[in-house]
Design a binder for this molecule. Structure first.
Ligand code: 5GP
Length: 212
């Protein structure tokens, strides 16, 4: 694991730490962090960069948004269906990410990806990520994606325009709690507004380390 005192690394430091300390066989790479921080952008960069990486499509009970497709962005389940799948043991992990809204990783999705010899890429919440680490240990690489400041996150959520003011405040409050789990992650990427190239560099190092 990367030194927990120094997990936010410059690119050069990252290369050294990766080559010195990391096992190169990963089944799962997890991007976790607050909504609006750009973790799906980083996950997509990795997938587009490497044929060896495939996005693990989660299940959710939230309503489908304009432009989303069942089976591509999420598996959109009713609450009843999600509940019966929980009882069936279909999920590797699941969380009530927002009050009354469930999200979860299907065992079948990860089994499908790993049986192809590929690495499953997750975009999930912080508690889900920790749950995955507990099950997979060194086979999972956990990345905490965070903004440069609370203010920056708030501005990005406003600009995204998908949340009400109340939802924005709930997301900020949630992130304040999530920050307490940062030291459980293998790596931290600060995705600074207007500096996507710096975050991309980190993603390319991950691709070269685990997905080549
Ligand atoms: P959104 O509804 O904006 O797509 O996602 C809301 C939050 O749910 C995001 O933080 C996302 O990472 C998280 N999430 C998505 N899929 C899963 C999952 O399978 N498990 C968990 N624990 N969280 C998820």
């Amino acid at each position: 694991m990367v030194d927990p005192q120094n997990r936010t690394l410059t690119t050069k430091q990252s290369v050294i730490q990766f080559s010195n300390t990391m096992s190169h066989t990963k089944k799962i790479i997890v991007f976790a962090g607050p909504s609006g921080v750009g973790k799906s952008t980083l996950a997509n960069m990795l997938i587009h960069h490497s044929d060896k990486c495939e996005f693990s499509v989660s299940a959710t009970t939230r309503p489908i948004r304009l432009g989303e497709q069942h089976g591509q962005n999420y598996y959109f389940f009713s609450k009843d269906e999600f509940q019966s799948r929980i009882e069936n043991g279909d999920f590797l992990e699941w969380e009530e990410v927002y009050p009354g809204v469930l999200y979860g990783t299907l065992q079948s999705e990860v089994a499908r990806i790993t049986s192809l010899g590929k690495i499953a890429i997750f975009d999930i919440d912080v508690l889900g990520a920790i749950n995955i680490k507990e099950q997979f240990g060194d086979e999972a690489h956990l990345i905490f994606v965070k903004p440069e400041s609370m203010k920056a996150l708030e501005e990005r959520l406003r600009q995204r325009g998908t949340d009400s003011e109340e939802q924005i405040q709930a997301r900020i409050a949630r992130f304040e709690k999530e920050l307490g789990y940062e030291d459980k992650f293998d790596q931290v990427i600060v995705n600074e507004t207007g500096r996507i190239d710096a975050a991309k560099e980190q993603v390319l190092i991950i691709a070269n380390t685990y997905c080549s």
